[in-house]
Structure formats: C-alpha cells, structure tokens
Ligand binder design. Structure first.
Ligand code: ADP
Ligand code: MG
Length: 255
C-alpha cells in the first residue's frame, strides 16, 4: 500500500479572499518509507498532514492510499477508513485524562467490531515503547515523554498503513525528544507502515534519512530554498542573549 499525492492544492476562504496554503504538492511514499517535512511556522505543514490523514479535504488534486482516493468515500466510510488506516501523533498527546495508559491505547479499537487480540497487542505495543510498568497510570501520572510514548502506541494499535506525526517532540526536552524520534523510526520499521513527521526541530529531522521542506506551498528538497537559515537562527538567538560581560562576576576592586 503506497501513498500517492498529485498536484495537491489547498485554499482557505478568508474575509480578504482565498488564502493559498498548498499550491502543488507531489509525493510518493511506499511501505516502510519515512519522510520528515520541515518548514517555518505557517508554511502549511499541519494542513498537509491533516489532508494526508483525511481530517481535512483538498481544494484540488489527488491523495491515494493503496490506490484508493479516500475523499470519494461517503462520510461514514471515510471515518472508518481513517480509523482503520491512519495513526496520528500530535504535539499535544490528546490522551483521555480519566483513562489509564492501557485504556487510552485501546480507544481506537472501541469503534466497530471488537477484536479479541486488541488488548494483548496494546500490551505488546506498550512494552515496545517501554511502558509495561505504567499500564494503570493516568496521563497526569506520567512524564511528558511517557505521555507521548502512549500516544505513539495508541496511533499504532490498529496497525495503520500511514503513521502521521505533527510536531511530536514540540513539547519535550532535547533528550526526551531524541528518544521519541528513535522510537518513531523503530516502530514504523517494525510495522512496515509509511511515516510522515512534521517538525521544525532540525535535531529530530536529522534522525530521518529523507527530508523535505515546505516552501511557497510546495514540497522541496531540504535546503533548496534557504541554505543559511540555521545559521541565521543561531545569530538571532545570540543577538537576544545578554552581552557576556553582564554575566561575568564583578572584577575585584570594582565598585
Ligand atoms: P504550519 O503547520 O506549517 O505552521 P498550518 O498548516 O497550520 O501551518 O497553516 C498554514 C497557513 O494556513 C497559516 O497561515 C494559517 O494561518 C492558515 N490556516 C490554517 N488553517 C486555516 C483555516 N481553517 N482557515 C484559514 N486559514 C487557515
Ligand atoms: Mg503546524
């Protein structure tokens, strides 16, 4: 089952006219392939991910998963399709606070036909993400990284063809973020799904072999638009920092 995107466009109607966010996005990914999409805030990364996950509709162009255009399905079947074939990991984990870790992972299996294997698969996924000893915890009783691990297990519970992650490390510290990146890569390989991760973290992106950048409403090879942006960010951060002299201890004999 492959993901094929052809001439995808998305315009949002606004009071000041149509806002063109995606202009011509083309993409092909096969099973076991992963892509990271970078780009500045507002460039349309979430819009693209939502359309790939059928949470939003394109203005024009085509999305095919396994040769099938999901947007031709009636709404009810589209919801089934999404629940069955797409797993989402968001920046905010969206776990249900009143449910345990194990229950949260099982939530996507509650709709539709009951699968007797679901609970043992949930336990196995939670073991793979290193949370076997947290099954009865509530989300509030977990660290940020652990909550995101639960969200990844939940995204995988129905063995989706397509795993989509929108800024999955946006709320995590650097070390935890790296672990989540490694975990995403490991689990999608094990399940032979297609993984698309959106991030503005260069560190997370570096973990992925294939990287593209959202720019001017299209997907472009990384660095095609602006080779020097990383340096400029560093310069900007430096320019916001107080001058080093103000951090130095006062010299002996100074007033
Ligand atoms: P990113 O995830 O790259 O930060 P988004 O895909 O969220 O960017 O948004 C891209 C652009 O589309 C932004 O300028 C945003 O303001 C605009 N946008 C997003 N959703 C809507 C909407 N429902 N209606 C109008 N404009 C929208
Ligand atoms: Mg976004």
């Amino acid at each position: 089952m492959s993901l094929q995107v052809d001439h995808l466009c998305k315009h949002y109607p606004t009071r000041s006219g149509a806002l063109s966010v995606l202009r011509d996005v083309n993409l092909t990914l096969g099973p076991g392939e992963a892509l990271v999409v970078m780009g500045p805030s507002g460039s349309g990364k979430s819009t693209l991910l939502h359309i790939l996950g059928t949470l939003d509709t394109p203005t024009s162009g085509n999305v095919r998963l396994g040769g099938k255009d999901p947007f031709t399905l009636p709404e009810r079947e589209l919801a089934d399709f999404r629940n069955r074939h797409v797993g989402f990991v968001f920046q905010d984990h969206h776990l249900l606070p009143q449910c345990s870790v194990l229950e949260n992972v099982l939530i996507p299996t509650l709709a539709g036909s009951r699968d007797g294997q679901a609970e043992s698969w949930a336990r196995e996924l939670l073991q793979r993400v290193g949370l076997s000893d947290r099954l009865d915890h509530r989300p509030a009783e977990l660290s940020g990284g652990e909550r995101q691990r639960v969200a990844i297990a939940r995204a995988l519970i129905r063995r989706p063809l397509l795993l989509l992650a929108d800024e999955p490390t946006g709320n995590l510290d650097r070390r935890t973020a790296q672990g989540i990146g490694e975990l995403l890569l490991a689990v999608y390989r094990q399940t032979n799904s297609i993984l698309v991760v959106v991030t503005h973290s260069a560190e997370l992106a570096r973990q992925f072999p294939r990287r593209m950048e959202m720019a001017d409403g299209t997907l472009q090879p990384e660095g095609a638009r602006d080779e020097g942006r990383e340096t400029r960010d560093e310069e900007r951060i430096t320019s916001l920092a107080p001058p080093p002299s103000s951090l130095a201890p006062p010299e002996k004999g100074a007033p």
